[in-house]
Design a binder for this molecule. Structure first.
Ligand code: FAD
Length: 378
């Protein structure tokens, strides 16, 4: 590190024109800086073909953060200026018409169900902060109110405010297709499939989409202390806001937010084919071993210590001593995903607290009072 300081090192290089991203990974050619060999691999969830004009732009800024890990330049940095998050810029009566950039299946063939990564071009007109949600109004008529549009469905935004192309013009969603199976026959009944999730997962580049929002303040990433600890618990698509946080922490070069704390992600899914954004998270693990921890609970593949299915709360229990200590020291804890995840988690936390001779009720009310406790389940 004798040649340069952390903040001095910034080199802009053109992104390789070979941009044929599959499953979120593309490479840029090796770069040699003052005898240091660089072999950066960036992750980008996009099929850049649909956003062709970005291909040859200089978007990558190498900045030496830790062990020569390159970060990506983002713009416009004015998106950092507001002191309050944008809220409900577009209401259901006047939604913004955006355009689908890409739809990518995120899961492998053995995953039960389908989850898609959907990039939406809002042209900078629906800015948002990490942890917020967009509303989507699917096309068609509300069956309960003939003549009226469908109700808004909310989706957590899975990108940072700069979007997957780092230019502040897109937002990404992580959507699980809601499929209905008849409980008696076990057969799929397409007439009862979820309206909006199927519209989103079936949409094609260029399709128009009506969006509202952004909304939500509960899951905003507190940035007053860049060295804070953030414990993120997700089941399935609940990982969406954390993908945004983690890209901001580890992928993007954001002068105003230089993360030096600990981010610890617990992700619960059915099996390894169901993992979401695993390439990105694994890369952070390699690049920032002191700042990132990543624990996965694969319910249909792994057993917990009692021989039952491995759920996210079993992983929490495994690390409960550390988690409780981190909470005592001011860590933020976030929960996002299906509603059904909370009772099991709360039970586990309560049991652990009691084993430690603490009252969970008191601890929880303290965490809430200190604004350390963030829950968004649906
Ligand atoms: P709907 O059409 O609303 O149907 C709902 C369910 O009912 C479906 O499972 C459908 O199969 C079933 N159904 C339909 N008709 C019948 C019938 N006649 N009888 C019985 N069942 C029936 N989801 C994500 O995938 N990703 C996210 O990041 C995400 N974030 C969210 C954030 C927030 C804050 C909230 C509140 C929700 C979030 N959701 C997210 C959930 C999302 O808003 C939708 O609820 C979800 O996609 C289902 O909407 P849909 O229009 O596809 O289904």
């Amino acid at each position: 590190m004798s040649h340069f300081t952390l903040s001095q090192m910034a080199v802009t290089v053109p992104v390789s024109s070979d941009f044929s991203a599959t499953r979120s990974v593309f490479k840029v050619s090796n770069l040699n800086v003052r005898d240091k060999s660089w072999a950066p691999v960036f992750t980008l969830d996009m099929k850049a073909k649909n956003y062709g004009s970005r291909r040859n732009h200089n978007v990558i800024c190498m900045s030496v953060q830790q062990a020569s890990v390159p970060k990506v330049n983002v713009s416009p940095l004015e998106l950092e200026n507001p002191t309050e998050p944008p809220l409900n810029l577009h209401k259901p009566k006047e939604p913004y018409t955006a355009t689908i950039v890409s739809v990518e299946r995120l899961v492998g063939p053995k995953a039960p169900g389908e989850t898609c990564h959907i990039v939406i071009n809002h042209d900078g007109n629906v800015p948002y902060w990490e942890g917020q949600s967009y509303g989507v109004i699917p096309p068609g008529e509300n069956p309960k109110k003939p003549g009226s549009p469908h109700n808004v469905r909310l989706y957590s935004i899975a990108s940072t405010r700069y979007g997957d192309f780092f230019d502040g013009k897109t937002a990404s969603l992580c959507v699980r297709r809601a499929v209905y199976y008849d409980p008696e026959t076990g057969k799929e009944d397409p007439s009862k499939n979820g309206v909006c999730s199927n519209f989103l997962c079936d949409s094609k580049p260029g399709d128009k989409i009506k969006i509202t929002g952004p909304s939500g303040k509960i899951m905003l990433l507190p940035e007053d202390d860049p060295n804070a600890t953030h414990i993120m618990i997700a089941t399935g698509t609940g990982v969406a806001p954390y993908r945004g946080y983690l890209r901001r922490m580890f992928m993007e070069s954001v002068p105003k937010f230089k993360f030096g704390g600990l981010a610890w992600l617990f992700l619960g899914v059915a099996n390894s084919d169901s993992l979401l954004y695993d390439d990105e998270f694994t890369k952070y693990l390699n690049d920032y071993p002191n700042n990132f921890r990543y624990d996965r609970a694969l319910s249909r593949e792994e057993k917990n210590r009692n021989g039952g299915k491995m759920y996210v709360q079993d992983k929490i229990e495994e690390y409960s001593d550390e988690i409780f200590k981190l909470l005592d020291n001011g860590a933020h804890i976030y929960f996002c995903g299906l509603k059904g995840m909370m009772p099991g988690i709360q039970e586990t936390l309560k049991r652990v607290a009691e084993e430690r001779g603490e009252s969970w009720e008191e601890k929880l009310s303290q965490l809430k009072k200190n604004k350390q406790w963030h829950v968004e389940v649906y």
